[in-house]
Design a protein around this ligand. Structure first.
Ligand SMILES: NC(=O)c1ccc[n+]([C@@H]2O[C@H](COP(=O)([O-])OP(=O)(O)OC[C@H]3O[C@@H](n4cnc5c(N)ncnc54)[C@H](OP(=O)(O)O)[C@@H]3O)[C@@H](O)[C@H]2O)c1
Length: 277
């Protein structure tokens, strides 16, 4: 039995489709709202809250392999509870910043969860993706409203990854041999800047989108309200303020693990263009 956490999210929703398409059964999908979730046929919805360990008993019952989205609850307890419930292999989504920007707070938090899992006694696979293509959804309401998209570091190109590629790697790690004890840095196939992303979306919408680069301090002021100071500074650093070669480099991990080329940002945008209309 496989348990997918974050099952309604960017990675989890693709992962459920992949697991079903490849015939992996049985599958349980964790959500805080089972009645509101629309999972593929053959997937059992289980209600639970990672922030409330006592709510996870039914979800973990009979599970032997698990995909964990961390930092949604007390990870030490979640990992311990999973091991005691009989989970043998856990695939964890971490972040590439664990290796490229270990000094930043969010990277240190992910590194701490990695260490908990490595010391848990379960088999593990750790995925360290770069910036997701789906982060472009933060511009959706601005673009819908016909307002200018304003971003700092407009021309810094990161090898943005399609979340479905992360899901493909999770699926392979969960269902095929040879991936236990591995740490995989994951990127898309090519660098793509914010300006290029908005240009791609504009092309698909067949209309102009006004675009402006803003100073870090201006972007920071609005981001602090949403993320808090530490996380806002970390996001600004890794999206352009303090990038390094390790963060900018395209990795071949997705094609190596899955046997398929990594999906482009343009492909993600084509699949999700309706979110910007
Ligand atoms: N975005 C990036 O650029 C980036 C880069 C590197 C790493 N990451 C990492 O990727 C992960 C996010 O993955 P994602 O984008 O697939 O996630 P996501 O789309 O943000 O979805 C997370 C899911 O978690 C569930 N959730 C939230 N709180 C919960 C709770 N208390 N208990 C149980 N479930 C809860 C929600 O499902 P329900 O509402 O159905 O419960 C939601 O669908 C994070 O760990 C992040 O650090 C992101």
């Amino acid at each position: 039995m496989i348990l997918v956490t974050g099952a309604t999210g960017n990675i989890g929703s693709s992962l459920l489709k992949e697991l079903r398409a490849f015939g992996a059964v049985p599958i349980k999908a964790l959500t805080r709202d089972a009645a509101g979730a629309a999972f593929p046929a053959g997937v059992d919805a289980v209600e639970g809250d990672l922030a409330d360990i006592s709510s996870l008993t039914a979800a973990l019952d009979g599970v032997r392999s698990m995909f964990l989205v961390p930092r949604l609850g007390p990870d030490a307890e979640i990992i311990d509870r999973a091991r005691r419930a009989g989970v043998e292999h856990m695939v964890l989504v971490s972040s590439i910043t664990v290796e490229t920007h270990p000094h930043l707070g969010p990277a240190a938090d992910n590194a701490a969860v990695e260490k908990l899992l490595e010391a848990s006694g379960m088999d593990w696979t750790i995925l360290r993706p770069t910036q997701f293509a789906s982060n472009a959804l933060m511009w959706a309401s601005t673009i819908q409203a016909g307002q200018p998209v304003q971003v700092p570091y407009a021309d810094t190109g990161l090898p943005t990854i399609h979340p479905a590629d992360i899901a493909s790697v999770v699926r392979v790690a969960l269902t095929e041999p040879g991936h236990r004890g591995q740490r995989y840095a994951l990127t898309g196939p090519a660098p793509v800047s914010a300006r290029q992303q908005v240009g791609t979306i504009a092309g698909l919408l067949n209309r102009d989108i006004e675009f402006a680069e803003v100073a870090r301090e201006d972007a920071r002021a609005s981001m602090i309200a949403v993320f808090g100071e530490d996380a806002a500074d970390a996001v600004l650093d890794v999206t352009g303020g303090d990038v390094n070669d390790a963060l900018l480099r395209v990795r071949d991990t997705v094609p190596r693990v899955t046997g398929s080329a990594a999906r482009t940002f343009a492909q993600w945008a084509e699949e999700n263009v309706d979110a910007f209309r």
